[in-house]
Write a protein that binds this ligand. Structure first.
Ligand SMILES: [Zn+2]
Length: 337
């Protein structure tokens, strides 16, 4: 961390408690924890570590080993989509099949396009406050090079992983892979995986294509690489949004309509960070409680748990469009009761 950012980041954190609308005594705790967390890399990893078991090593293989040759018993991810097809990944992202108005609303959080040193401390802090373990899909090019920006990005990539969050590959340059030659598209996947492994010490198992764009060639490439293809089900186009209140409300309304889901946000965009904070604060007062299982509430889980529950009660549909059609019919039936 540079001298300038050492001075700047804690000062930024001091303002954030107020800016994020953290109420007292949370604000004081947030500021103290935020400042403390930024005091050193070791301190950050310790303070921001989620409670409960840390991430099992996703894929701690030496570089250059062909992943297909190595079984991965440590992987916490049930492989619901071994063929890595986009159609299946869209459906899996919708979560488990549950009756309409099921009280346990399963939610998991995913973040794309980072790491972004300006927002990362705050995002980590918010997630830690709410005991949320998320998945981050990094862009490889941010992690490469010797400039101060790349050094900081690698530092935060490592802190995010060390804090127990899952780290995935979002390609090297965030291009639409379907518009590239096959060779260039494969390089986008493989170069980024290598950059993420160098920065975090973890070879990414999770993959999310920019714009969700895939074709059969890319699906087969991901299948060959044994990648877990992760898409999403809740999207409010947060990168276009500037009103975080509105963004949080739209996220909550999509989640309520679908009875939960896999949330896509961009942790590089301040309004999204603020919306995340608002949404988690609202969810905190309405968490699903196993002592009162019939009372509707949010069950925020990590990606492996989301996939496990989805695997236990898979959607009885072939495609997300079929599921959406069934949801619409059910919503109409509910309204007419
Ligand atoms: Zn993206």
């Amino acid at each position: 961390m540079s001298v300038l950012s050492r001075a700047f980041v804690p000062a930024l954190a001091l303002g954030l408690g107020t800016w994020l609308g953290l109420g007292r005594p949370d604000a004081r705790a947030a500021i103290e924890a935020g400042t403390r967390a930024m005091s050193s890399a070791a301190g950050a990893a310790r303070d921001l570590a989620p409670r409960g078991p840390l991430t099992p090593p996703l894929d701690r293989r030496p570089s250059g080993v062909d992943p297909s040759a190595v079984p991965d018993p440590a992987s916490p991810f049930p492989r619901l989509n071994p063929d890595a097809t986009a159609q299946r990944a869209w459906l899996v992202a919708e979560g488990p099949a549950r009756p309409f108005n099921n009280p346990r609303r399963l939610v998991t959080f995913t973040f794309d396009d980072g790491p972004f040193p300006e927002t990362a401390p705050t995002v980590l802090h918010i997630l830690d406050l709410h005991r949320v373990r998320a998945a981050f899909f990094f862009v490889g090019e941010y992690l490469e090079g010797d400039g101060p920006r790349a050094v900081e990005s690698r530092l935060w990539a490592r802190r995010i992983a060390d804090a127990g969050h899952f780290v995935g590959n979002h390609t090297m340059d965030h291009k639409d892979l379907t518009a590239l030659t096959h060779g260039a598209a494969l390089a986008e996947i493989d170069d980024s995986a290598a950059a993420i492994e160098r920065a975090t010490g973890r070879r990414p198992l999770l993959f999310r294509p920019p714009y969700g764009a895939l074709d059969p060639f890319l699906e087969s490439a991901l299948r060959d690489r044994h990648q877990e293809l992760v898409l999403w089900s809740i999207d409010v186009e947060d990168m276009k949004g500037t009103d975080s209140d509105d963004m949080a409300a739209r996220l909550e309304s999509q989640l309520a309509y679908k009875g939960g889901g896999m949330v896509l946000l961009h942790d590089i965009h301040w309004p999204s960070v603020k919306a995340l904070n608002r949404l988690l604060r609202r969810m905190a007062v309405n968490r699903w409680d196993p002592a009162h299982p019939d009372r509707a509430g949010w069950a925020i889980v990590d990606l492996p748990e989301y996939l496990r529950e989805t695997g236990a009660t898979p959607q009885p549909f072939e495609t997300r469009a079929d599921l959406e059609q069934a949801r619409k019919s059910e919503a109409i039936r509910e309204r007419s009761r």
